[in-house]
Design a protein around this ligand. Structure first.
Ligand code: MLT
Ligand code: ZN
Length: 451
């Protein structure tokens, strides 16, 4: 194919992968649920090469799927409709870190973990954090506006992105990596690209906000006799515990599953319906503050980690939920926001509604309690059967929530976008898409529903 020859000339033959074996890891997502086929995987090593790749694809009308660490969960980064995969992983430079401005520049292919490590070398910290930190990349997390476990204190990826270098779908390059915190000169294009899921432009680097490193950190697992108590406790901690860093919900079935799947000891001598993994971090030791805040909500039981190693063990009850669910089967993964006032009823109601249509299915719920983001995972329902997705997302919409809290819409949820975005909003998004990607080559099957 002429276009592939041109791509090969741009990136060099070793970086245009065309054999089935070489392409295979780029063609399927982490869950194995989304699998496609690409004519080629193109791996540029510089931003100028990315721009040249976009130009060739525009000229030949070839659709592209930008891909970072391929940790996405909604089928937004794999070539489901025969697109070329544009892998940004070679753009993995981190730095320079500006310790005065508390900022760093990172290439799209740098992992979140690499940015965290570079920040730590300068006594600083990159606040975005989640279990896939050592695989997920800056480009992917910007494109999906990734959330994670620290959103309640620092916000999502969008709040950390001060500027981007990117190639738009129309071939224009934008370069705004100066890191000006205040710059009111029109549309904030970095914010627009953040969460656009590779449909408007290809991010090649980002200027990221770093935060102060808080040397004292304490972790506790707090048990409750119901989800309501957990929700109320986190609301109280958000008011009273200034050092609150994370508040993560785990339910008893998920905790039991993690213990069974990975041979972990149970954290308490008996089971409780709900648990909150709470972390506090500060310049001074926050243990006493955390202990007082926990006592004030009268929990059923508490396990406080006396040191970092035990803290990491407690985190496993929460962070290993995804891996544990994967041992049961390929899950329908629904990443939703539910208004906090409706969250308790939602957690009780959803497994009932799922069981009513799929008696053999299992519903696993965990998530980020501070911001109302629940991960509803359903196993035991065939891959192609989306009745359970429809049921959960419709319920979320009725409650005034969002069908995607942090994973994005991808290809998996675009047919439900109308549930929580109005016709006017979708029309505005389409206009933006047409303006920035007039040839419709950038991830054309993700995010927006087919017209
Ligand atoms: C999490 O919070 O663990 C992630 O978003 C991953 C998941 O939903 O499986
Ligand atoms: Zn999450």
């Amino acid at each position: 194919m002429r276009a592939l020859d041109e791509l090969s000339e741009i990136v060099g033959a070793p970086h245009l992968l065309t054999s089935a074996d070489d392409r295979a890891p780029y063609e399927v997502d982490w869950t194995g649920r989304f699998r496609g086929s690409a004519p080629a995987v193109v791996r540029p090593g510089r931003a100028a090469e990315v721009a040249a790749v976009v130009d060739v694809c525009r000229a030949h009308g070839l659709a592209l799927v930008p891909q970072g660490g391929n940790t996405g969960l909604v089928g937004g980064g794999v070539p489901l409709e025969g697109e070329v995969v544009l892998s940004l992983r070679r753009l993995d430079a981190v730095g320079p870190v500006d310790a005065v401005a508390h900022q760093a520049t990172a290439g799209a292919g740098a992992t979140v973990g690499a940015v965290q490590a570079a920040a730590a070398e300068h006594g600083l910290r990159y606040a975005v954090d989640f279990a896939a930190r050592d695989t997920a990349t800056v480009g992917g997390t910007v494109a999906t506006n990734a959330g994670g476990v620290h959103v309640l204190r620092y916000g999502s990826t969008r709040e950390q992105v001060l500027g981007v270098e990117a190639v738009l779908g129309d071939g224009h390059r934008i370069d705004r990596l100066e890191g000006l915190v205040k710059d009111n000169t029109g549309y904030h294009l970095a914010s627009l690209l953040c969460g656009s899921e590779g449909t408007l432009g290809v991010v090649t680097a980002a200027r990221l906000r770093l935060t102060a490193r808080l040397p004292h950190r304490v972790v506790a697992l707090v048990a409750f006799d119901g989800v309501r108590g957990a929700v109320e406790a986190v609301a109280a901690w958000r008011s009273d515990l200034g050092s609150l860093e994370a508040a993560e919900l785990v339910l008893e079935p998920g905790l039991r599953l993690v213990c069974e799947a990975f041979g972990l000891p149970r954290p308490f001598d008996r089971a409780w319906p709900a648990y909150v993994l709470v972390e506090a971090a500060a310049h001074h030791d926050p243990t006493d503050d955390l202990a007082a805040a926990v006592r004030a909500v009268a929990p059923a039981a508490v396990a406080v980690a006396p040191d970092r190693a035990r803290g990491a063990e407690l985190w496993r009850y929460r962070e290993d939920q995804t891996l544990a669910v994967a041992t049961v089967g390929t899950a329908h993964k629904l990443d939703v926001t539910v208004p906090l006032a409706a969250l308790t009823d939602f957690v009780e109601e959803v497994p009932r509604r799922v069981a009513a249509i799929h008696p053999a299915a299992r519903t696993w719920i965990f998530g980020h309690l501070g911001d109302g983001n629940l991960h509803v995972n359903v196993t035991g329902v065939a891959d192609g059967d989306d009745t359970v997705d429809e049921l959960v997302l419709t319920h979320v919409a009725e409650l005034g929530g969002s069908i995607s809290a942090e994973h994005g819409v991808g290809t998996a949820k675009r047919r439900w976008l109308h549930l929580t975005r109005s016709a006017a909003e979708i029309a505005a998004m389409r206009s933006i898409k047409r303006a920035l990607d007039p040839d419709g080559i950038l991830n054309p099957h993700a995010l927006l529903p087919g017209e």
